[in-house]
Design a binder for this molecule. Structure first.
Ligand code: PLP
Length: 388
């Protein structure tokens, strides 16, 4: 055992079951471990390093801001925060942005906005937030309550009350759930990520949007994993022809620096006033400068490339030996394998490809700009590892 593994095991809280690999450096979609072994990175830090590792333009943008001002309180104006908010609104049609530091924090903001919107408009008893079974919304006590997977809940009772879960893609059950509760909002992932990379059906998404508009509660899309180009559109809701009231995002937004955002549409933009919400690091200038670079480089050309690479991966994997199904959208891909996914992942790692899992599936979230030859090399290794 190396010294780093030893002290990590001794001093870092045991919340992560790490692989026995220490990564020391990376470039683009390639990383190296302590022995100098090369891996193709098909996980990109769980969809975080959207433009690859040590991206030069991103580094320059971050370094320039770092040399000017690394932090300032939200008591004052700073340019990167204002400019990033403007860019996000221009690219989505949303009206205002609240910045935090993570996906969970972005969802916490969305939930507060929905509760306050409902209290202001309908009364203080309209508190219920509907989420979907098999969803994932974060690790704080409130976003755990939102998460529709019981095994995350068991050890941490009592969770924040006021959440109900309804099955994905079941329109009748959705209508019943809405009818039975005093609803403040509905929160969902367009492609359930941690739940196994499962896209929602368009008719179901459109029915959630219709009910939210008819009953005047907030339609909130959790784009923490699906956002920022991951699915081949800037945000995944754009595939579904809906206009959300709140869009939350994080992961790929910062390109590797911690940032989360809740984008607020017309119905939600004025709900929060002075003192209703806050975050000390929220809108940090270095994180915002990095995110500005990321968002301004996810243009139509890159999005078209994401869709092309996605088509390539789907057609290479679908129907191949040892693969039962391939699901997802863009470069967010789930692979149902005949062998246990953990076994396939291990074989890939031995052969120089880092993958993720989601439930019983192998999951791929490569950088959006992964070069085609590297993607082909990784797919060949994955195909081989899946064979019985
Ligand atoms: C990762 C994830 C979160 C939580 O994000 P953190 O930054 O870890 O708090 C929330 N929602 C979805 C859909 C995610 O994939």
């Amino acid at each position: 055992m190396s010294y780093i593994v030893e002290i990590d095991k001794e001093y870092v809280a045991g919340t992560y079951n790490r692989f026995p690999v220490e990564i020391v450096r990376g470039s683009g979609s390639v990383v190296y471990d302590t022995d100098g072994k090369r891996y193709i990175d098909m996980g990109s830090g769980i969809g975080v390093t959207a433009l690859g590792l040590t991206n030069e333009g991103w580094q320059n943008a971050v370094a320039a801001q770092l040399g000017q001002l690394q932090h300032m309180s939200n008591l004052y104006y700073t340019a990167p925060c204002a400019e990033l908010a403007q860019l996000l609104c221009e690219r989505t049609g949303m009206k205002k942005v609240f910045f935090g530091n993570s996906g969970a924090e972005a969802n916490e903001c969305a939930i507060k906005v929905a509760r306050k919107y409902a209290a202001d408009k309908k009364g203080a008893d309209y508190t219920t937030i509907i989420t979907l079974e098999n969803s994932f919304h974060g690790r704080t006590l409130t976003t755990l309550a939102a998460t529709g997977q019981d095994h995350f809940h068991e050890l941490f009772q009592p969770l924040t009350p006021g959440f109900v879960h309804t099955p994905a893609n079941d329109i009748e059950a959705l209508r019943r759930t809405v009818a039975e509760h005093k609803v403040a909002g509905i929160l969902f992932e367009c492609v359930q990520g941690e739940g196994g990379v499962i896209p929602l059906e368009p008719a179901f998404v459109q029915e959630m949007a219709r009910l939210a508009s008819e009953q005047d509660f907030l339609l909130m899309v959790d784009e923490v994993q699906t956002g920022n180009g991951r699915t081949g559109q800037l945000y995944a809701y754009m595939h579904y022809g809906i206009t959300p009231d709140v869009v939350t995002t994080a992961k790929g937004l910062g390109g590797g620096l911690p940032i989360g955002a809740a984008l607020l549409g017309e119905k939600a933009e004025k709900v929060l006033g002075f003192g209703d919400h806050g975050s000390t690091y929220g809108g940090n200038p270095v994180c915002c400068a990095g995110a500005y670079y990321v968002i301004s480089h996810i243009d139509d050309t890159l999005l078209a490339e994401v869709r092309e690479k996605s088509d390539y991966v789907f057609s290479a994997l679908q129907g191949a030996e040892g693969i039962k199904s391939v699901t997802g959208k863009g470069l967010m891909i789930g692979i149902e394998t005949v062998k246990p996914a953990a076994e396939v992942l291990k074989a890939c790692m031995e052969n120089g490809v880092l993958c993720l899992t989601a439930k019983a599936k192998l999951r791929l979230l490569p950088a959006l700009n992964i070069p085609m030859p590297l993607l082909q090399e990784a797919v060949a290794v994955i195909l081989d590892a899946c064979k019985e």
